[in-house]
Design a protein around this ligand. Structure first.
Ligand code: PLP
Length: 433
């Protein structure tokens, strides 16, 4: 028995499924999840001392690579001054100002509220949209994941997709009924929903680019038309950039698309990279809307650890270091790995497409492009488990589900990329059998 096997056995007796977040359990790929003890740059190390090139990046946050020395130093300095005050700090304002500056005036982000998780950010954004509009219904798209609050789990991506669940037990039917789930990239379905529920839809929430049912990029013009349609019906748009924000570009997916096309949502949600690997997330929008949050307005939201000084230090330092070269490097690394994955699978005659959104990509074992959740599910998903394990055996840790995006970082240097590229042919052979 390896130390890793032992760690998993003990964990299963103490934690449901041996994990604290479902996808970590390797449910869809089988085998024993790796228990990690450290992470540095592009590598993670498990309890048996085995080192892997990491393509999970903590599910997105580690844009600079793991344990970037300046980020670690900033957190250590903050820790020495006190772990949590339960009072405001100047650094929280600095982080809000930095985010505002990076997005620019056209984004409409004038004020932010810092929270601890992406789930809280989207949950609060929805409460705020309901409070501001006096309406109750929310539109979300099948296969999009916005965290695990009750109303947002219907046909959700990420672990819900991995486990093949329609939603979650424990969500009361009247709450589920407040969420209208529509096919992604289908404007006619959105129009029909507004027509069927006149004056009742508070908000449309959408991932800026879908990345939780594999990568599901928005069709050109979809986000823009969504904003126009929602506004024409008096509803707000919540652009969920928890995953894409500050990862696919300096101003997230909106910076790549909305800034160029001249549209903006009413609220943004951020998470992952904004906290640089610490628990921090945020929502932001125009002052008039954000000021409806307590203490100025009637929409309540609070958090003992909101704006935690260690998390803010990690986020501030990460964003300051995330300059144009970082994004250029991550884009180039993603290009290289995505091309090599495709080449290896093609060489083995395995039907596949590589859905892509900026530096994010995933594999779909099918021939036709993937536009929505139904497409994402219509693939030879079983091919992913042998592919994944062949990579793992060769020291490459890909996401343990075909429905998750692959994450490159600024620390994926030539040596790390070389290890991935050398591992791919055997993985593709495994996928072919
Ligand atoms: N929104 C999106 C787009 C996400 O990808 C996630 C997490 O993966 C969330 C929200 C939830 O964030 P958290 O896991 O921090 O609660």
């Amino acid at each position: 028995m390896t130390a890793n096997d032992d760690a998993f056995a003990r964990a299963q007796a103490a934690l449901p499924g041996g994990v604290n977040s479902p996808v970590r359990a390797y449910g869809s790929v089988g085998g024993t999840p790796r228990f990690l003890v450290s992470a540095r740059g592009a590598y993670v190390t498990d309890v048996d001392g085995r080192e892997y090139v990491d393509l999970v990046a903590s599910w997105g946050p580690a844009l600079l690579g793991h344990a970037h020395p300046e980020v670690v130093a900033a957190v250590q300095t903050a820790a020495a001054r006190g772990l949590s005050f339960g009072a405001s700090t100047p650094a929280e304002t600095e982080l809000a100002e930095l985010v505002r500056a990076r997005l620019g005036a056209a984004s409409g982000v004038e004020k932010l509220r810092l929270v601890s998780t992406g789930t809280e950010a989207t949950m609060t954004a929805i409460r705020l949209a309901r409070g501001a509009t006096g309406r109750e219904l929310v539109v979300k798209f099948a296969g999009h994941y916005h965290g695990h609050s009750d109303g947002l789990l219907a046909e959700a991506g990420s672990g819900v997709a991995t486990q093949g669940l329609p939603g979650s037990a424990g969500v009361p039917a009247p709450i589920a009924a407040q969420t209208l789930v529509l096919p992604y990239n289908d404007l006619a379905a959105v129009e029909a929903a507004f027509a069927a529920h006149p004056g009742r839809i508070a908000a449309v929430i959408t991932e800026a680019a879908g990345a939780n049912a594999g990568v599901l990029a928005p069709q050109p013009g979809f986000n823009r038309a969504l904003v126009e349609l929602a506004h024409a019906h008096g509803a707000l748009v919540i652009l969920d950039e928890v995953l894409t924000g500050f990862r696919v570009g300096p101003a997230g997916w909106w910076g790549l698309e909305g800034a160029a096309e001249g549209w903006a949502p009413d609220l943004f949600t951020f998470g992952k990279v904004i906290g640089g690997g610490m628990p921090l997330a945020a929502l932001g929008g125009r002052a008039a809307l954000m000021d409806q949050l307590a203490p100025l307005g009637p929409v309540y939201q609070a958090g003992t650890l909101s704006g935690n000084p260690l998390a803010v230090a990690a986020g501030l330092t990460t964003l300051r270091l995330a300059e144009a070269e970082v994004y250029a490097h991550v884009d180039a690394a993603a290009d290289a790995v995505a091309a090599a994955v495709s080449e290896a699978l093609a060489a083995e005659g395995v039907a596949h497409v590589i859905p892509r959104a900026g530096s994010l990509f995933s594999i779909a074992f099918r021939e036709a492009p993937v536009r929505d959740y139904a497409d994402a599910k219509a693939q030879d998903a079983w091919r992913y488990a042998p592919f994944f394990h062949a990579l793992l055996e060769q020291g490459v840790s890909a996401p343990p589900s075909v429905y998750e995006a692959w994450f490159l970082t600024a620390a994926h240097d030539a040596a790390a990329l070389d290890r991935i590229l050398r591992a791919l042919p055997a993985a593709a052979r495994a996928a072919a059998t």
